[in-house]
Design a protein around this ligand. Structure first.
Ligand code: AMP
Length: 232
């Protein structure tokens, strides 16, 4: 029976979760699941889900656990997730981690990697970030500039700023991260699946480190931990 390789990328806003998820999915052959991208898409399409999430996202606050747990539960049922997936931006609360743990199966192999960056560096990073409006590729004036200004190297789409990458919302997003998401570091340390990379290194070096961490240590499975956990 094949098992699913599940990678959770943790890190503050701007730490590089999206950039790294997109880089490693090609090597691992499993898709990136970004709850932020799915919510932004729902808002753009004005779906019921989008309407429910819009106000919170525009305030830099977290969307309710029920909404995101639901979209992830549906997404991981899709066929492209049968060998695994990379979670980027989920879970973001202990409640979400517990909900997700309940959806894991016995043979699943879970790795949790925190991309650690000093938050003092992140506000500038976020304000210098550009996204491709067509394929979602991520650029930054400090670390990854497009060959032609305002144009995506990959697909030629136009580059835009994210509406929540503004100074007054960034502080709320960091507050939400510290208060609600950072406790997941300890949560996954206790489960025994947590590792960390230095997110201040050049992008390619971080990608190499993540890939070697994923190869070097066989990820824990509920069975290999030898105890009954929320992940069983
Ligand atoms: P991101 O693209 O991951 O930075 O997410 C952008 C915004 O989407 C966040 O500031 C939240 O408002 C919302 N969001 C994304 N993922 C989650 C999640 N797992 N739980 C709650 N809100 C989320």
């Amino acid at each position: 029976m094949s098992f699913r390789k599940i990678v959770i990328l943790l890190g503050a806003p701007g730490a590089g979760k999206g950039t790294q998820a997109r880089a490693i999915m090609r090597d691992l052959g499993i898709p990136q699941i970004s709850t932020g991208d799915m919510l932004r898409d729902a808002i753009a399409r004005k779906t019921q889900l989008g309407l429910a999430a819009k106000q919170k996202m525009e305030a830099g606050e977290l969307v309710s656990d029920d909404i995101v747990n639901g979209i992830v539960a549906d997404r991981i049922q899709e066929d492209d997730c049968r060998n695994g997936f990379i979670l980027d931006g989920y879970p973001r609360t202990v409640q979400q981690a517990e909900s997700f743990g309940g959806k894991m199966a016995g043979g699943d192999q879970l790795s949790v990697i925190e991309i650690a960056v000093d938050t003092a560096k992140l506000a500038n990073r976020l304000m210098g970030r550009w996204l491709c409006s067509s394929c979602g590729d991520i650029y930054n004036v400090y670390s990854r500039t497009p060959k032609q200004e305002g144009v995506c190297d990959r697909c030629g789409g136009s580059l835009v700023h994210r509406s929540d990458d503004q100074e007054h919302l960034i502080s709320e997003r960091f507050r939400a991260y510290q208060a609600e998401t950072y406790p997941l570091v300890e949560y996954y340390q206790q489960v025994g699946v947590y590792r960390q990379v230095n997110g201040s290194l050049p992008i390619n070096q971080i990608t190499d480190e993540i890939l070697s961490l994923l190869q070097a240590h066989a990820p824990m499975t509920p069975a290999s931990r030898g105890r009954d956990t929320k992940f069983a």
